[in-house]
Write a protein that binds this ligand. Structure first.
Ligand SMILES: C[S@@+](CC[C@H](N)C(=O)[O-])C[C@H]1O[C@@H](n2cnc3c(N)ncnc32)[C@H](O)[C@@H]1O
Length: 268
């Protein structure tokens, strides 16, 4: 089966130096740099992975972007969660097909996109954002990646704590400045075994989040960690770490709801 580009889809052009350009294919437009142009009409209908030459003689491989490519290149309002952290959020948050997840804040929708893929059409994502402008940006992010906001994803404008309390999901993922304020109000409402994840940029926020979960008296297995991703320069005999790296993004705090012997929820 061949996989061909269609108008309206995303396409990533990668040149010989590894520079990457994200396009939304539009028959009326051309990709232009100092090294010449490639009309989008040349790419529309072409096979995923095909090479093109610009009018100035530069070569590019046209591929369907991976989600990691898309997140690093997409238009954003709020700061996104980087792919290096999204992987661990999905794995340590234990987010799997069919699950119900509440996410907040939606921000630019980068993490929402990954969560939506992870739970699949049999799952449910309710993602809540308090700002209208960020909600609108996230809606565009999902429309561009999936073609439309998938049926199993609800993007809401509102407050995280209200939505967690209403949905009582089996997974909660928070990327907002005060996750402890949400957990203080809602962790005891979650079903037994629920996994909660918070993504926060500073040590003070880690401390307050961990403290909130531990002092709830219904959360075990509380851990905090960060993920360092160091890319390597690998050309010929020169195999070494690159000189630059993104040294800090955020910390993950993960915990797990347990039911106490005297927990009223146990009877529900
Ligand atoms: C860093 S951004 C989230 C970025 C998002 N994870 C992404 O990958 O694109 C944090 C967002 O949380 C929203 N926010 C902060 N507190 C909130 C709350 N209590 N309820 C809902 N949204 C909240 C902010 O408006 C902001 O858009």
């Amino acid at each position: 089966m061949t996989d061909r580009f269609a108008a309206g889809e995303s396409c990533l052009l990668v040149d010989r130096q590894g520079r990457r350009f994200l396009l939304t294919l539009d028959p009326e437009r051309s990709f232009s740099t100092h090294a010449g142009t490639i009309p989008h009409t040349a790419i529309i209908g072409a096979e995923n992975g095909q090479m093109f030459e610009s009018t100035g003689g530069s070569r590019y491989v046209a591929v369907r972007p991976r989600l990691a490519d898309y997140i690093l290149k997409m238009k954003r309002g709020a700061q996104v969660v980087y792919p290096k952290d999204i992987g661990p959020i999905l794995v340590y948050g234990d987010i799997a097909p069919g699950m119900t997840v509440v996410e907040a804040g939606t921000g630019s929708g980068a993490l929402t996109t990954a969560l939506a893929r992870a739970v699949g059409p049999t799952g449910r994502i309710v993602s809540v954002e308090r700002r209208d402008d960020h909600h609108a940006t996230a809606t565009k992010t999902l429309e561009e990646w999936f073609g439309q906001v998938p049926d199993h994803v609800e993007l809401r404008v509102g407050e995280a704590a209200d939505v967690v309390a209403e949905v009582r999901p089996e997974r909660v993922v928070l990327d907002l400045p005060e996750p402890w304020a949400v957990f203080d109000e809602t962790v005891s409402l979650l079903p037994g075994g629920a996994v909660v994840v918070a993504y926060v940029p500073t040590v003070i926020q880690v401390q307050q989040t961990v403290e909130s979960l531990r002092s709830s008296g219904v959360c075990s297995d509380v851990t905090a960690f960060e993920v360092l991703h160091r890319e390597w320069h690998a050309h010929g005999r020169s195999i070494r770490p690159k000189h630059e790296m993104v040294a800090h993004t955020g910390f993950l705090v993960v915990g797990r709801r347990y039911l106490r012997l005297d927990d009223p929820d146990e009877e529900e």
